[in-house]
Design a protein around this ligand. Structure first.
Ligand SMILES: Cc1ncc(COP(=O)(O)O)c(C=O)c1O
Length: 405
């Protein structure tokens, strides 16, 4: 290169620091200890430590491969039978908005794809909109939503030391949000806290959102992992019946174990059928401009399972097994901590829902757990309880009690 040549374009890019979660995973892999415990991953694991392919998925996949005659494009909206089945799964067949034909759904590459397309839709509708996310929230919400140009704000949600929701502070903050702002809510199994709103709190939030003219954006990444498929959608169904419009980003990564297939959907509930059609046209244009069309294979599997009663029954049973396993690990761990001298301080682990809970300890404790006890979790103390097996519950309880003493 001569001195007169322009600087290479990528010269301006310096190397980014490693993603925090990937960093924990790498450290775990490098640890030779046979006693190591991985609570850092964001996926479900069975009692043998595997993230299984569900039986219903295997059957559906075989059928699809046997019957498939083309790999030609499907459409920017993905599969319509998938989209229709998702609306029913999330809102139920009898929901007022569904009966009024005010709901649209568009298949997306995973829940992340849905979140991003929804954020782009918000930008198209009202550039510079503020979106309020819980403090804390899933780390990826920030780039997915902020990257689309939305202004991020936080509402208080959870006290990690006291292990409880800060619901009054959440209400107080949202009361002050200007009409038209967007509020992101975790529909169930809040990531990373495991602390969900109860029925009365959902009703209070629904009233607030409707009274203040705030737009709810519901993230449903763990339907079926909390109380069951319908139970986990109750908050969404309530909100969608109280406000004129809302967005829902759903994912089948966890509940169908289809992580790498990238299956999700963006749903929009609109004030009228006509508005819903207008929103859909924008969503499709956004999809075209980012990835053109979503991947098909996983959505074909999901559609087969959702629309075949026998396969759906198998799925519901397998999902129940996953949910109960995580619940059982929560109970066992809380019990082991009680027996080990932790008193009732860890009861919250038993009552929270989904895969995640926060230890609520400073980073030094998280580091000590890793260095001394081979227990791996993210720096914020997020533990994936699905990483536990009956055999390592007692060692983990011992490690936590020692490290926090
Ligand atoms: C809170 C939350 N939202 C959305 C997602 C989206 O997941 P995916 O894009 O893998 O479907 C996840 C996955 O971990 C999540 O935890």
């Amino acid at each position: 290169m001569s001195p007169s040549d322009p600087a290479p374009v990528f010269e301006s890019l310096s190397r980014l620091s490693e993603d925090a979660i990937l960093g924990v995973m790498a450290k775990f892999r490098a640890d030779p200890s046979p006693l190591k415990i991985d609570l850092g991953v964001g996926v479900y694991r069975d009692a043998e430590g595997h993230t299984p392919v569900l039986d219903c998925v295997r059957v559906a996949e075989r059928r699809i491969l046997d019957a498939q005659v083309t790999k030609s494009y499907v459409a920017p909206a993905g599969r319509e039978e998938f989209n229709a089945a998702v609306v029913e799964l999330v809102l139920g067949r009898e929901h007022r908005a569904v009966l009024d034909r005010r709901v649209i759904a568009v298949q997306t590459p995973g829940g992340c794809g849905a979140l991003r397309v929804g954020a782009e839709l918000l930008r198209a509708a009202a550039a510079g909109t503020s979106i309020h996310v819980s403090d804390p929230t899933w780390a990826n919400h920030l780039p997915l939503l902020g990257g689309a140009g939305l202004r991020l704000q936080r509402y208080p949600y959870y006290d990690a030391t006291a292990h409880r929701l800060t619901f009054d502070a959440m209400l107080e903050r949202l009361e002050r949000a200007p009409a038209g702002d967007v509020v992101l809510l975790h529909a169930c199994c809040h990531n990373p806290t495991g602390a969900d709103l109860d029925d009365a709190q959902w009703r209070t939030i629904a009233d607030l959102l409707s009274r203040r003219g705030l737009l709810p954006y519901l993230d449903l990444a763990y339907q079926g992992f909390g109380g069951g498929l319908d139970a986990d959608a109750q908050g969404i169904r309530l909100i969608a019946s109280r406000v004129p419009e809302c967005l829902i980003a759903t994912s089948f990564s966890k509940n169908l174990g289809l992580y790498r297939e990238r299956v999700g959907a963006l749903l929009a509930v609109a004030a009228s059928e006509e508005r819903a059609a207008a929103i859909r046209s924008h969503v499709l244009q956004i999809a075209r401009s980012i990835y053109s069309m979503p991947p098909d294979h996983g959505a074909a599997i999901a559609a087969e399972i959702l629309t075949d009663p026998a396969l759906r029954g198998t799925w519901v049973a397998e999902l129940g097994t996953m949910r109960e396993r995580v619940r059982a690990m929560r109970r066992l761990l809380a019990d082991a901590l009680r027996r080990g001298g932790g008193g009732r301080a860890y009861d919250y682990l038993e009552h929270q829902r989904g895969m995640f809970s926060l230890l609520g300890a400073p980073p030094a404790v998280v580091e000590r757990l890793r260095e001394e006890f081979h227990v791996y979790m993210t720096a914020d103390g997020r533990m994936n309880l699905a990483g536990l097996m009956p055999s390592n519950v007692d060692p983990l309880a011992h490690a936590i009690l020692q490290a926090t003493r």
